[in-house]
Design a protein around this ligand. Structure first.
Ligand code: JFZ
Length: 416
């Protein structure tokens, strides 16, 4: 899959090629919460009365907003509804085992108290609190791992960062100086001041050179050896591969560790007018699909300018958590199952149990699978009391259940 190739690190292989125990927790976790939050949540997709197309956190580039104008957002940023504890509890309720917050996105605004620039939430806003510190403390209290997104190449505010062609002339920029004297000190800050960081999510490695990627990887591991680094560090370095946004590989990716970063609507950063929320069923089927192919699902929330989480996100995450409360055994700590490539169901496995996830329940109640040596079948949801039987004959295995789907989202049958 090309985009997987794009971010596929040389390492990050499955056991055998690279039995890196540092990824064991990540492989078992399967499901994380992405948080895209910054001053872009103030315009929220609208600039001078015009709806700006595209993802909300890119509004500065899409509208080519000059730095002096965009900087005026910071003194307006006062997210009094931000509640780190509530966010972490939502992640736990949803069944998300780790959180990844945007510490600095492409617009260059730092959502943490940095000594390298005053262009940060502590020094440049009336709010004046280090929201990353509050989140790190809440994660520690609630036992959830914390990771950080950091845009190491694109920085539309810094004179030597990449991507701002409307305020700067690239030929006059010194990207090497940006990496050495701004990025490296900030990476050191976020890995020193906020406790254990489970992963750094670098992004869009547009012009970064191999030695620069390597130096950043070495820096991360010199400060926190167990901190994972995603494949968007660039130059095929990093611990695991990252697919294109919202992209799910069409087939099993057995030889690498990989994830799909995804949105619940169509934007990462909050947009007032983006109401295209995926259904809970679609989100659960995406999770199952990804896990059945060996990946992790990093699903995003975009808090608004007040720090509140859009209610449609909350509802869907809580519904995903309710499904996982009953069916989590078929997701967490599993490996891809023996049956792959079927349209209406997916399989995962753990020990001698295979979990059959049925997406589109047949009205006949009859599921014909390729040959499997099945000793017994049970509904994973013990509340289901519908009839269930299995018949292994020749080269197929037939499961017979009720006409109506036992679960409104995804029905799971445990085969032993
Ligand atoms: C990047 C960011 O630009 C975006 O704002 C968001 O943070 C997302 C999670 O990551 O977007 C990308 C990066 C790479 C691809 C697509 C979108 N890609 O490789 O196709």
């Amino acid at each position: 899959m090309t985009e997987m190739e794009y971010f596929k690190p040389e390492r990050g292989q499955r056991p055998g090629a690279n039995e890196d125990p540092r990824l064991d927790w990540w492989r078992a976790a399967k499901f994380g919460m992405f948080i895209h939050w910054g001053v872009y949540s103030i315009p929220a997709g609208v600039w001078k009365g015009e709806h700006i197309p595209g993802i909300g956190e890119w509004i500065m580039l899409r509208a080519e907003i000059p730095i002096p104008e965009y900087e005026k957002l910071a003194p307006q940023f006062n997210p009094v509804k931000y509640d780190a504890e509530q966010i972490v509890k939502l992640a736990k309720q949803a069944g998300q085992k780790y959180i990844v917050l945007t510490s600095k996105h492409h617009d260059g605004f730092c959502m943490f108290g940095s000594e390298e620039t005053d262009y940060n939430i502590v020094d440049a806003t009336p709010y004046g609190r280090d929201i990353l510190k509050d989140l790190a403390d809440a994660c520690a209290r609630e036992g959830i791992k914390l990771g950080l997104y950091y845009s190491q190449t694109q920085d539309w505010h810094h004179p030597d960062g990449f991507g701002n062609t409307w305020d700067f002339n690239e030929s006059e920029q010194d990207f090497g100086d940006y990496i050495d004297n701004y990025v490296k000190p900030q990476v050191r800050e976020i890995l020193t001041n906020y406790g254990p960081i489970c992963l750094i999510w670098f992004d869009t490695p547009r012009i970064i050179e191999r030695h620069q990627s390597q130096e950043l990887l070495n820096l991360v591991h010199s400060i926190q050896p167990d901190c994972l680094v995603c494949g968007r560090l660039g130059n095929k370095l990093g611990d695991y591969a990252t697919a294109q946004d919202n992209a799910i590989p069409p087939d099993l990716q057995a030889e690498i560790d990989w994830e799909t970063p995804a949105t619940i609507n169509d934007t990462w950063g909050f947009k007032t007018h983006d109401h295209n929320w995926k259904s809970t069923t679609q989100l659960i089927q995406n999770l199952v699909d990804i896990v059945s192919k060996g990946g992790n699902y990093l699903l995003n929330i975009g808090p608004d300018a007040q720090g509140a989480i859009p209610e449609p996100s909350v509802e869907r995450l809580q519904a995903m958590g309710a499904w996982l409360d009953v069916h989590g055994e078929s997701i967490y700590g599993t490996e891809p199952g023996p049956i792959q490539g079927e349209a209406d169901y997916r399989t995962t496995q753990k020990g001698d149990s295979v979990y059959l996830h049925v997406f589109d329940w047949p009205a006949s109640g009859r599921l014909v699978l390729p040959e499997l040596d099945v000793k017994s079948t049970t509904w994973l949801d013990a509340r289901v009391d519908a009839p269930l039987s299995v018949n292994c004959a020749g080269d197929s295995t037939t499961i017979l259940g009720p006409a109506a789907a036992p679960n409104e989202h995804v029905t799971v049958i445990k085969l032993t």
